[in-house]
Each structure stands twice: as structure tokens, then as C-alpha cells.
Design a protein around this ligand. Sequence first.
Ligand code: KIV
Length: 272
Amino acid sequence: MSTYTEDKRKVTTHRLMEMKERGEKISMLTAYDYSMAKIVDEAGIDSILVGDSASNTMVGNVTTLPITLDQMIYHAKSVVNATKRALVIVDMPFGTCSGNPLKSLEAAIRIMQETGADALKIEGGKEIQEDVKKIIDAGIPVMSHLGLMPQSINKYGTYTIRAKEDKEAKKLIDDCLLMEELGAFGIVLEKIPAKLATRIAQQVKIPVIGIGAGGGVDGQVLVIHDMMGINKDFSPKFLRRYADLNTIMTEATQHYIQDVKGNDFPNENESY
Ligand code: KIV
């Protein structure tokens, strides 16, 4: 199958904005390592998110909280090494951007300098506006993450849909407008009502990327282990599985075990 786009130019934050302006949807997937990033980049994905979901998918933690700045830098560097075209965005992990602008900037600079990534993603609204401003003022592109914010799981106690009530919806809209005003180049909206997400995408000029936020936004992001069917334990309504790699890899492993045990591998052609 050919790649979706023949345009081999590097994707920039500016080009994401142009895509929104001409109504072209933006595709984004997570990746955390060299091999996976190389596949999705060569397939033509617009943006790769080195999400702190690495804490779940790569380490097996229950939440995103335990992943550290050093670990995010390790994953991000691996992804950057593989990526030629896609815009690489890296999550600032829990605790690195929480009301101390100088400390936040220090962490942001470390990610940018040590990985070569293109941009950062930061969870949170008004409460961390000074941190976001400081980072953007230093010339680092920031994508905001609002709606369901997995780093705040201990505050809310549940991963259920956010902003269903008017008060929370209003705060979400205010936060989106604020992030745009501060200079964020985009917003990820996670698990909120589709109507509200559509309204926000129409209200702001910057691209809005949804996950569980319906089809009326400017682009979509999914966690690669979920959409490829590697992780079968997570089946929210918003998830579409595009492959069943779990079954393919299980069968391949069993086939290999059988061949080794049966003395069928390696054969003469596979030997020196
Ligand atoms: O960490 C992550 O993978 C994310 C996406 C769910 C948007 O933040």
C-alpha cells in the first residue's frame, strides 16, 4: 500500500495550522521507540506523540504518574532518531509543569535539547498558565492537553467523560481560549462530549486534536498499542482497532516455539 501523502516535507506546527485552515484532518499516533516510530513515520502520519502513556504501554504502570523526565527523554530520543517527516511532540511528565515556571522551563529545555523533538504537550489549564507562558516565551512550541487529564487521576478518581456539566464545560472553553491566547500551537481534547469539542474547534484558530472527542475536531490521536490491537485489555467506546497484532504476535511466537522444539529451526539454509 502506498503512503497516504506523497508530500515528504517535514511537518511543522505552522503546517498543522495550514491543514486546519484548508480543512485537512490531522493524523497523530503515539510511539515510544525507534522501530514503531519508523513504521508510522514512513506510513505518512502527520505527528507522533511521545505520550506519557509510555508509563502504561511500555512499563506496565497503572497510571501515567510514575514515568520520569529521564524516562520520557529516553523514549523521545528513540522516536526522534527514527522520524524524518512527522512532527514529534513529547509529553511533559507528571510533576514537571505544576506551578513553578522556572522549574518547568528547565524540564522543557532538557527535553528539547536532549531529544531533538519539535514540541511539547502539557496537561492543564489556567492553573499552570505561568508555566506555559514561560516555556512558550522561551521559543518552545506547546500543545495543550485538556478535558480528561490522566495525570490528574488522583484528583478526579475516575477516567470517565469530562465536561458534561455546564460549569466544567465553561471552564474547559475558557482554558482553551487562554491556551490559544498564550500562544499554544494546538490543543488535545480527551474524552469530552463531541458537540462541545466541535464548538471549541470552531471557536479557536489553532488545531484541536481529539481522542474520544468526536469527529468535529481538526484531527485525531490514538495510543498505538490500543489501535494496533497489541493491548487488548482497554476497549473504550472511542477506540477503533485497525489490526490484531496481539493475535498475530502470539501465533508467530507459538509457531517459533514449535519450530525450535521440533528441531525445524534453523534449517540448513539458515545455518553457516
Ligand atoms: O500520553 C498519551 O498517550 C496522551 C494521549 C492519550 C493523547 O496524552
